[in-house]
Design a protein around this ligand. Structure first.
Ligand code: PEP
Ligand code: MN
Length: 372
């Protein structure tokens, strides 16, 4: 028979930590109320000792914290939260240690060829969903650049739901991206869909994109962790925030902390939009992790008319950037035409971002952390 976890309702920490009797495994800390008496503190320590654990009492100026060591999941059955003088039970050391803000309280800046993505700027990444031809890619890149984009997105390897849909130009697409980078100076963000392609993608890309369908592809996450390039990790369309951060941890664990998280909408019961943009993920993740968080309004809404309002929402919610689909001729696009912006829309989006960047007290994209 499973024991109930009566204290769980008051356990705080990373989302998902309170569900059922699933083993948690993170250390537990008890914060005592300011008014807690020495006897109450002792009673808590005694109960933990009786259960075979250890209780380390740390006294601060205003409060007493008791760190518990031992079978933490068993401690959750002791109703410690209900004891006199206990203010809060907290689980610390999130499972995602390296990407956790507990470990690095300051928010990180990731640089892609000198372009910062982080708390001081709002970085605009834009380009075609898929690289189709040299002319189409260059035209999209020019539209992006004149609207203020400082990074070019473009898919050469496309993860498509249908095996009959355009799968991308592969290596030929990467070469087109490299040519367009030479022409425009825009560093390239492009997706890698398989460990098999990683070397060729790394040869051309400045930032590796892991798409929503691959967020749980652990060998791929590990491979990009060792690839020596910054990574943009999209949230799995069915992934919780904790799962997303655990996926980032896979990359970080291989020594790569240059990770930018991208909220791109999740699957819900709603069918009016392609996905449901989880705008709350922006502040939630920024509180849990030091990594930058950007938003993909194009894949979230899946509709051109939603891109501008969702971009506004993202920037004002505190996103560190947005990634936008743009196409010179969306009507004949081979991938995701209905959500691609055209020149006029793109220019308006650029102006909006510029205004909201100032409104949010952030710096223009030309700003460089390293220059400071
Ligand atoms: C993309 O950015 O082109 C893409 C395929 O996005 P997602 O993985 O979010 O669907
Ligand atoms: Mn797309």
């Amino acid at each position: 028979m499973k024991t109930s976890r009566s204290g769980d309702g008051r356990v705080t920490g990373a989302p998902g930590s309170t569900s059922g009797s699933r083993k948690d495994g993170r250390p537990m800390v008890i914060v005592m109320a300011k008014s807690a008496s020495p006897a109450e503190i002792q009673a808590v320590a005694d109960r933990v000792h009786k259960a075979g654990g250890e209780a380390f009492v740390s006294r601060g100026i205003n409060r007493v914290i008791i760190g518990l060591v031992g079978d933490i999941d068993q401690f959750a059955t002791l109703n410690l939260a209900g004891m006199a003088g206990v203010a809060q039970l907290t689980r610390i050391s999130a499972k995602y240690k390296l990407v956790s803000r507990e470990q690095y309280p300051h928010r990180s800046i990731v640089e892609v060829c000198g372009v910062p993505i982080g708390p001081d700027t709002v970085t605009l990444i834009a380009g075609p969903c898929a690289v189709e031809t040299p002319d189409q890619t260059l035209a999209a890149a020019r539209m992006a650049q004149s609207a203020g984009a400082t990074l070019l997105r473009g898919g050469a390897f496309k993860p498509r739901t249908s095996p009959y849909a355009f799968q991308g130009l592969g290596e030929r697409g990467l070469r087109i991206l490299s040519d367009v980078r030479a022409e425009t100076g825009l560093p390239i963000v492009t997706e890698v869909v398989s460990t098999v392609d990683i070397d060729v993608v790394v040869e051309h890309a400045d930032m590796l994109q892991i798409g929503t369908r691959n967020m749980h592809n652990f060998p791929l996450l590990q491979a990009v962790g060792s690839a020596g390039k910054p990574v943009m990790l999209k949230r799995g369309m069915n992934a919780t925030i904790e799962e997303w951060l655990m996926a980032a941890e896979y990359i970080a664990q291989r020594g790569n902390l240059d990770i930018v998280l991208c909220e791109r909408g999740i699957r819900t019961f709603e069918t009016a939009t392609r996905n449901t943009l989880d705008i709350s993920a922006v502040p939630v993740v920024q509180a849990l992790s030091h990594l930058p968080v950007i938003v993909d309004p194009s894949h979230s809404g899946g509709r051109r008319d939603l891109v501008l309002p969702l971009t506004r929402a993202a920037v004002v919610a505190g996103a560190d950037g947005v990634i936008i689909d743009v196409h010179p001729e969306p009507d004949v696009a081979l991938c995701d035409g209905p959500q691609a912006l055209v020149a006029g829309d793109m220019a308006e989006l650029g102006r909006t971002i510029e205004n909201l960047t100032a409104f949010m007290g952030r710096k223009p994209p030309s700003w460089r952390e390293t220059a400071a």
